[in-house]
Design a protein around this ligand. Structure first.
Ligand SMILES: [Zn+2]
Length: 636
């Protein structure tokens, strides 16, 4: 229920560091003011809420007993005869919202505190404690979830008949769709008990290896740097091409050294998923894509339509790569170039002071609707933007919301670069999404990854439009176009290649573990299919170096990126089409993102059918215009 959108999770192309602007404290952003939420993690207010949360969890435990007793006969529950169970479920749901709200509130505050100061031990301890308490809520919640999934419709309707429980309709209906896949309560509990040292442990192992691995980077000047993976990976975004290649080779050597471990991790995570899917297939067969589709709130027809449109347009992504190559003066880009920034221009620009940057974002938002411009001013006035340059601050940017006050806050480090201005527009988009949902119950405000980036990408597009019209200096125009081209290559080629690799891997996995060589071969096949001849070589160890394949909680964490990118372009295209009616439609769409499936949402608010390739092709046409513009600039 806590909405944290972390740009470090998203393809770095959108947030490529700007190598060509003056940076420094003189441009730095303001400090946020969290004191309206809590004074500090060690304050009596915070401690009191922590105690209150513990009390709530004890109550939830006790309240779940009669619900757990009803689980064995859940499928036959009767709203009249089992009135006591209806009452117990309604009371439980009310308390559950309280507990989630409080847990989220405390966790968001602890997270904000440690983001600004990584050495804040009290905040780190609080985060750890809250994780355990969160697991406690989850355990107390298990019986309720089962009863709600398995009970007959009449009982379900009786449960939803109160004002507090009515908002549960959408999220629980989603769960009920999977009712044929639930396991008996003791088996569900066994699975979640075994998972920390089973499924999840493989993810931890991946993090441990990649967190400690050393990459030998033989730099162009002859010296060799020994770097951690994060530091080496950040060199892939440097303007110096030889340095990028050296970093890529250093990373790949490190991946090759640990390839057996990485292959074990991928095979074990997928093996666990297959074993679990096997258990859940007692009534209907569970497919390896089902969970990802369910989490994305889309159907297979939509995924197929999206992938068909992408496949038909992969040449467009390759054209973007070829135009970038021309600008670097090479025939083809290497795999070390896919995150490359625009080639460095002589003479750094002056950078954009925070207040000027914010004013540009405000104007971009106001151009869509005056109220959106006011929102940006308001966020600054209420001090809900953190933009300072601080030693112990964590990298990246995100937007977060306090579930109790429903106030959104934006975290970023601002030093005056153009890419940081885009990040600001992006995160303020997330904040605007929170703002328009302020009065919507939290259970109806939890939107999926596929729709999460709608408002943020929209904010970036609005900024891009304004800058393209306003920017006096051609350097800024070129940098924006470069970022557009990189997005085209990322979302039309790289993300689909990731999807294709993962799909092929899952198809092969039932006949036994796939070796490290086999994984390299599958990667090559996928890259060949999508990148074609646009690169001088393929990234054989991408399966090892890309975190997303090794995350225990989510599979196919790739197609939602291309979905989100194209979907938000589709939304943005409606701006001119609907004119003065657009803003109302846009807000209506955002408000429904947590309580509708993506197909219904798009039909209701945009009048489009996303199960058909035509919608996606329309969005790709907008990308085509951007790529053509870049080709024009790159050849001039
Ligand atoms: Zn985002």
């Amino acid at each position: 229920m806590i909405t944290i959108h972390d740009t470090t999770m998203f393809p770095p192309s959108l947030f490529a560091p700007d190598g060509a602007t003056g940076t420094g404290q003189e441009h730095a952003g303001p400090a946020w003011d969290l004191s309206g939420e809590y004074p500090s993690v060690t304050s009596p207010d915070y401690t009191a809420d922590m105690d209150r949360l513990r009390g709530l969890i004890t109550q939830l435990d006790a309240m779940s007993k009669p619900i757990a007793d009803a689980v064995p006969r859940a499928a036959g529950l009767d709203p009249a005869k089992d009135r006591a169970v209806v009452d117990a479920c309604q009371a439980f749901a009310g308390r559950l919202v309280e507990a989630f709200t409080l847990q989220g509130n405390l966790a968001v505050y602890a997270n904000c505190s440690s983001s600004v100061d990584g050495s804040d031990d009290a905040a780190k301890t609080a985060r750890g404690v809250l994780q355990t308490l969160g697991a406690g809520i989850g355990a107390a919640h298990a019986a309720f979830k089962l009863v709600m999934a398995l009970c007959p419709d009449a009982f379900f309707e009786a449960f939803l008949s109160s004002e507090t429980t009515a908002p549960f309709r959408f999220s629980l209906t989603q769960e009920r769709k999977l009712k044929a896949r639930f396991l008996p309560l003791d088996v569900e509990k066994t699975l979640s008990t075994m998972s920390p040292d089973g499924l999840s442990a493989w993810g931890s192992m991946y993090n441990n290896i990649t967190g400690t691995v050393r990459c030998q980077v033989k730099k162009p000047d002859g010296a060799t740097d020994t770097l951690g993976l994060a530091a080496a990976a950040s060199m892939l975004k440097k303007p110096d091409r030889a340095l990028r290649e050296a970093a890529w080779r250093g990373i790949n050597a490190a991946m090759a050294e640990h390839r057996e471990s990485f292959a074990s991790i991928l095979n074990s995570i997928s093996g666990w998923r297959y074993a679990e899917a096997g258990l859940r297939s007692h009534t209907e067969k569970v497919h390896f894509l089902d969970k990802a589709l369910h989490q994305s709130r889309i159907g297979l027809a939509t995924l197929n339509a999206l992938m068909d449109a992408l496949r038909a347009s992969r040449e467009l992504g390759r054209r973007a790569l070829r135009a970038q190559a021309r600008h670097y003066g090479v025939e083809r880009l290497g795999p070390w170039d896919i995150l490359a920034p625009a080639p460095a221009r002589g003479g750094a620009g002056p950078g954009i002071a925070f207040k000027d940057g914010l004013e540009v974002v405000r104007r971009a938002y106001a151009a869509v609707d005056p109220s959106m411009g006011d929102f940006v001013s308001d966020m600054a006035k209420k001090r809900r933007i953190e933009g300072r340059v601080l030693d112990r601050k964590r990298p990246g940017a995100y937007c977060t919301e306090f579930p109790a006050s429903r106030n959104p806050f934006v975290f970023t480090t601002y030093q005056g670069a153009l890419s940081e201005l885009s990040t600001l527009a992006h995160e303020l988009g997330h904040a605007y999404h929170c703002e328009v949902m302020r009065d919507i119950p939290l259970v109806e405000a939890d939107y999926p990854m596929t729709l999460a980036e709608t408002a943020s990408t929209f904010g970036e597009a609005a900024l891009g439009d304004l800058l393209a019209k306003d920017a006096a200096d051609p350097g800024t125009v070129f940098d924006l176009a470069w970022a557009d081209a990189q997005d085209a290559a990322t979302f039309l080629v790289n993300i689909p290649a990731r999807f294709e690799f993962e799909r092929r891997f899952y198809e092969k996995r039932p006949s036994g573990p796939v070796s490290a060589d086999g994984l390299c071969a599958l990667t090559r096949e996928a890259w060949e299919e999508w990148y074609g001849d646009a690169l001088s070589d393929y990234d054989d160890y991408y399966w090892a170096s890309k975190l997303h394949f090794h995350m225990p909680g989510v599979s196919f964490y790739n197609f939602p990126y291309s979905f989100g990118y194209l979907f938000s372009l589709g939304v943005y295209a409606k701006k001119d089409e609907l004119g003065p009616r657009f803003h109302t439609a846009y807000v209506g769409l955002l408000r429904d993102t947590g309580r509708m499936e993506a197909e219904d949402l798009a039909a209701k608010h945009l009048g489009v059918d996303i199960t058909k390739s035509a919608f996606w092709e329309g969005a790709i046409d907008m990308v085509r215009a951007k790529v053509e513009r870049f080709e024009g600039l790159a050849s001039s």
